[in-house]
Structures are given as structure tokens and as C-alpha cells.
Design a protein around this ligand. Structure first.
Ligand code: UDP
Length: 232
């Protein structure tokens, strides 16, 4: 089957049916726009299993997603979507770039959650956007943007509530959304590559920050998340 796109952590292949794609998770991890990279055994299969479970979870709660079905241990079949080039970040606490950009104290709580929109462009370094920029660049119509923010907030609420009893606090996460026949749906992955999870007791990171900040072994970290979720 034809390779459509090779990303930093995933490959996209033509699907076996019309308007489908195969999303295959690689064992690679990158940070800082690929300035830092590594191969981690089992990372692809763990991210695939975690993503599948989380996409199923939000799907079951009525949020439309691109997930169609599980294919093998590192791939699932998804609907072909026209990706909207926005990274929609929802934050419950300050961490990462917002700490650096706004000088906030790490861990500061946001109630209600804060939404930030970034332009998905490696070339430009994924800049933060104002809504006027989104209109200027014609990335999404105003009504679509409302829908995008609504879906992202709903999905994060479901995920936050799911992780709480697993002793994992959902600190922030990034969604990508796309259009299928004019409808906005959730796309991409939902994994410790795209969110921050802190142990509710110890505050220990159970996400890609372990790699970004050399805080431990990434494979073991993702395995622990998968275990708490019951997918390993
Ligand atoms: N994120 C992501 N892809 C990106 C940038 C961020 O998945 O290209 C996720 C990141 O893992 C975190 C959230 O979005 O859970 C917020 O990231 P932030 O803006 O703090 O940037 P970072 O500190 O990760 O560079």
C-alpha cells in the first residue's frame, strides 16, 4: 500500500477502502522540532494502543473522530480527513511553552481550561495564532473555529475525568482536527507524545517531557501509562 506521508512519529498509508488511511506508529521520538531524536523500542506499539483506547473513549462519548478500527499492534484504520493546520492546545495547568512565553509559574491551575491555537507549520516553528490570524490565513471559518474549540474542550474534559482515577492528572494536550464532508472531527493521535500527564501524588511526568528533559526512560514511562489504562 502506498505511503502518503512520513511524519516524525507516524507514517500514513493509503487505506484499503476509499477515503481511508492507515496510521502506523513508529518507534521514533523527536523533540524541539526534531532537533533531538531517538529510537525507543515498543514506543510505536505503546502509543498506538494508548491512542486507540483514548480515541475510542472520546468517540463513545459522542465526539466524532477519524478512528475506524484497529489493524495491528502499531496501526489503525482512520477516515481520510482534510487536516486543518491548527494545533489546538487545551491546558489545565501551566507547563511547557506557556511558562516560557508568559513567565507563569509551572503548575498554575487554569479554571476553566485555557485554549491556545498554533499554526501547524514546522517551517515557521508552529507560531501561536490570534483568531484574526486564522481568518487572515483562511485556516478555518469562524463557525468552524467555534466548533473546533467546543470539541477540543469536550474531549479534554472526558480525558481528564478518565485519567483522574488512574492517578494521572491531565495537565495539557494538543488536538488536531479535520474536515470530512464539511463536518469537523477529531484526528491525529492522543498519546503521551501529545499530552502532559503528571502523577497525582508525586507530580512525576508520564509523557514526552521525560525525553524532552532527560528525566528517565521513555519506554518504561509509556508502559506504565498503558498499564494504568489496562491496555498492557
Ligand atoms: N504538543 C504537541 N505537538 C507540538 C507541540 C505541543 O503534541 O508540536 C503538545 C505537548 O506535548 C503538550 C501540549 O501540546 O502536551 C502543549 O505544548 P507546549 O505548547 O507547552 O509546547 P512544548 O513545551 O511541548 O514545546
Amino acid at each position: 500500500m502506498g505511503l502518503l506521508y512520513e511524519g516524525k512519529a507516524k507514517q500514513l498509508f493509503e487505506g484499503p477502502e476509499p477515503d481511508t488511511v492507515i496510521i502506523r506508529f513508529k518507534d521514533s521520538v523527536t523533540a524541539g522540532n526534531a532537533a533531538k531524536r531517538a529510537q525507543i523500542a515498543e514506543k510505536g506499539t505503546l502509543s498506538a494502543a494508548i491512542s486507540l483506547k483514548l480515541l475510542e473513549l472520546v468517540g463513545a462519548a459522542g465526539i466524532p473522530t477519524h478512528l475506524l478500527r484497529w489493524l495491528d499492534e502499531r496501526s489503525f484504520l482512520a477516515r481520510l480527513v482534510e487536516i486543518i493546520p491548527l494545533e489546538v492546545v487545551v491546558r489545565n495547568r501551566a507547563a511547557g511553552s506557556i511558562v516560557r512565553r508568559l513567565g507563569l509559574e509551572r503548575g498554575r491551575a487554569f479554571e476553566p481550561p485555557l485554549i491556545e491555537l498554533f499554526y501547524k507549520s514546522d517551517e515557521l516553528g508552529d507560531p501561536l495564532l490570534c483568531e484574526s490570524h486564522i481568518q487572515l490565513l483562511e485556516l478555518a471559518r469562524p463557525d468552524e473555529l467555534q466548533q473546533i474549540k467546543r470539541l477540543a474542550l469536550q474531549a479534554q474534559g472526558i480525558l481528564k475525568a478518565y485519567f483522574a482515577p488512574l492517578q494521572l492528572e491531565l495537565v495539557d494536550l494538543k488536538f488536531e482536527l479535520g474536515r470530512v464532508k464539511g463536518k469537523i472531527i477529531l484526528a491525529d493521535e492522543i498519546s503521551p507524545d501529545t499530552m502532559r500527564l503528571w502523577d497525582s501524588e508525586t507530580g512525576q511526568s508520564f509523557d514526552k517531557d521525560v525525553f524532552r528533559e532527560d528525566k528517565g526512560e521513555l519506554g518504561a514511562t509509556y508502559l506504565e501509562v498503558a498499564r494504568r489504562m489496562g491496555v498492557r
